[in-house]
Each structure stands twice: as C-alpha cells, then as structure tokens.
Write a protein that binds this ligand. Structure first.
Ligand SMILES: Cc1ncc(COP(=O)(O)O)c(C=O)c1O
Length: 386
C-alpha cells in the first residue's frame, strides 16, 4: 500500500458542504408532493438551457434515453445510418440501434480520442450500404468537445444532422460555444459519476429547434400531446422532480467545480513533468506516460484525466495494489463488443480506437482532490516496475 491511498471518486466530499442546501431543496419537493416533471423540473430545464446557451432543454430519465430521444425526435429510424465513434460508452451505439437505424463507426483522433472528422469524411465518400447516412453523432469524450469546426463543415457540405453525445461534457465549450448548443440536438447524462450529477439516473436533451424540442417532450411522455392520445410510440422517460431539485442546486456550483478540475489537471501535468514521466510518444521506458492534450479551441472540463501507458494493465494492477484508484474507459471498442457482432466489423477496422483501448488509464480527478493525494498518485506511478 502507498503511504496515502486515493479513491477514484469520493462523492462525500461534494455532498458534505451542500448537505443542508440539497436537503432543503428535496424537502420542498416532498412538501409539494409533485414527484414527476412539475415546477422543479421546469425550473431546472430553464437553468440548464441558460447554462448551455440553448433555447430548449428537456429533462429525461437518463443519458441513454436522452440519446435515443434526440435521435427519435430527429426522425432517425429504420433505413437510416448514423456515424459515430467506436471509442465511447456502449449507449452511444445502442441508442442508434434502438431507433432502428444503423451505427456506422469511424476511427478517432489519437490525440483527443474524439471522433476524427477526416475519418468521417472518408466514410462519407466511400459508404455504399443501403442505409442512408442522416446524422453524425460525435462524443465529447472525457469532457473535451469534438472538433465542431470540421463537423459543421461536413454538415453543410453533406446536408447532415449533428447530434452531440455530451454525456461527459456539461460546461465544456468549443470556441466559446457550450456543449449543448453546438449540434442540432445534444444529449447529457447526470449519472452520479458525472461532473453534474443526480442522486440516481437522469438526463437532458438540448436543442435550438422549436420543432425538435416539441417532439422530444412528446416522445418522453409516450408520444402524447394531449392526455391519453398517443400520436407516436414514445417512451416513459420523464425526469423526477427530486432529481431536478438536486441538479438545480449543484448546477450553481458547476462552473467552480469545472475550474477546479482544470486546476487539478494542470497540477497533474506539472507533477508528471517534474517527475520526468511525461513523454510525447510511448517508448521502452515502462514508466513513461503520455499526458492528456487539450485542443486550444476547446475548454475542457476534465470529466476524466486520462493518461496512456504501453504497460497499462500492469500499471493499473500496480496502482490498485497500492490503494490508488484508476479506471479504464473503455477496454473494448464498440465495434468489437459481442452484442454488436451483427454489425460485421472486425479487429483491425479501427486501429487507433483499438490502441487507445489498450493504453488509456483514467486517474482520480474531482473537486476537493488534494495536492498530496495527486503527489501520491504520481509517486506510485514513479515506483512502477515491470
Ligand atoms: C459518452 C456517454 N454516452 C452515454 C452515456 C449514457 O448515460 P446514462 O448512464 O445516464 O444512461 C454515458 C454515461 O454513462 C456516457 O459516458
């Protein structure tokens, strides 16, 4: 064990100073006895829309549902294809399949780990299948926005919709435009580990289109516009008032928390560089690591601080043995998942995603993480031997 153990996450550090404020907000909902949608949800939707500079925000039950609702609202379904990244959480692809559409993968940019616009362009040039490509679904992975300059250009030239998987990126921006206002629609997750997190599952769709906002609201309530008249087959994906009340309190603190995450990331950069462990490309030194790189056009919110190592599995084991938390996001790219074998991809199809899946390791990062804890993480990596 290291002299100091460091958990991968510590929810208690965030909750302790907010306890009274959150309990007061929760009590208000309990006293109102309005538990589904209602004033608490409307109030949070307004605040979230303002934070994202998006005209509309529609709360729903999870980030997974937010992706499905965004796609379904955009009338994506059987016969359509959606281009996305194979290096993401499973829901990015499963939400596309759930609409009846086909996910088409394109490889990632090896620096940011985000969907590569060049790879998407290549796919747009060569795609031949029967499904018509209707949208691009870039993921703002680890809290850094994908290259929306390039994706906007592709949207214009090919007449496509852009849907953001912003599950990890509330508060992030691209050239000053917040995630949530970059695409035609965006999907957020408030799963408890996210930068803005609920006390359970919750999600949100944002859009600047009145039509898409109206369709999203309709679809999250079983396709009803008028009570018990079902115009389309939607789903029950309403946001709970209790979750909205918790989120509304936390939203006020989010800018400061995201700033703290950036400071913690800078401190890791400095500590790893001072320790002589940072390298621009992986080499034979087993302790050498590649640090995360932020595109100068992006404002990163460091949902994760992700390093690369040529000996990632052994390093992960070493950190675990020493009581230092770390996680692998994600060990198997989506095109190689058993449940997606019907998409007919093979190992080797997306080599940059496959290499990232073998090398990435996320280190503890959350508001309240102390400098001595970061030093313990760095010291433990420095003590790693093969
Ligand atoms: C990139 C990405 N997309 C989608 C989701 C799905 O969100 P949820 O877990 O709230 O359904 C997540 C979160 O887990 C995610 O990280």
């Amino acid at each position: 064990m290291a002299a100091l153990t460091v958990p991968m996450l510590d929810f208690a550090r965030q909750y302790a100073p907010l306890r009274e404020e959150i309990l007061a907000a929760v009590t208000e909902v309990c006293d109102s006895q309005r538990f589904v949608l209602g004033p608490a949800v409307e109030s949070f939707e307004l605040a979230a829309a303002r934070a994202c500079h998006a005209p509309h925000a529609i709360g729903c039950a999870s980030g997974t549902d937010a992706l499905w609702l965004a796609l379904a609202a955009a009338r994506i379904g059987p016969g359509d294809a959606v281009i996305t990244s194979p290096f993401s959480f499973f829901a990015t692809a499963s939400a596309i399949l759930r609409t009846g559409a086909q996910p088409l993968f394109a490889d990632i940019d090896p620096i940011t780990y985000n969907l590569s616009p060049a790879a998407v362009e290549q796919l747009l040039r060569t795609h031949q299948g029967p499904a018509r490509i209707k949208a691009i679904l870039p993921v703002h992975l680890y809290g850094q926005c994908a290259d929306f300059d390039a994706f906007h250009d592709l949207k214009q030239r090919h007449g496509l919709l852009l849907i953001e998987d912003a599950a990890q990126a509330f508060g992030a921006s691209w050239r000053g435009t917040p995630a949530g206002d970059l695409g035609d629609l965006a999907a957020f997750s408030f799963y408890p580990t996210k930068n803005l997190s609920a006390f359970g599952d919750a999600g949100l769709v944002t859009t600047s289109s009145d039509d898409l906002a109206e369709r999203t609201s309709m679809l999250r309530a079983h396709g009803m516009r008028r009570r018990y008249y079902h115009d389309e087959i939607g789903w029950n994906s309403r946001l709970d008032s209790l979750q909205a009340a918790v989120l509304q309190v936390k939203l006020r603190y989010l800018p400061a928390w995201n700033e703290q995450r950036r400071q913690i990331a800078r401190r890791y950069d400095d500590l790893f560089t001072a320790a002589g462990l940072a390298t621009p490309a992986l080499d034979k030194n087993p302790r050498a690591i590649v640090l995360p790189i932020t595109d100068p056009r992006a404002t990163h919110v460091f949902h994760q601080y992700v390093i690369r190592s040529a000996h990632r599995d052994a390093l992960w084991q070493h950190l675990t043995d020493q009581g230092i938390g770390s996680e692998i996001y994600y060990p198997l790219p989506l095109h190689l998942q058993t449940s997606l074998s019907g998409l007919d991809y093979r190992k080797g199809d997306f080599p940059l995603s496959e290499q990232a899946a073998d090398e990435v390791l996320a280190l503890p990062i959350y508001p309240g993480l102390r400098e001595e804890e970061q030093q313990a993480v760095v010291n433990t990596i420095q003590a790693f031997r093969l």
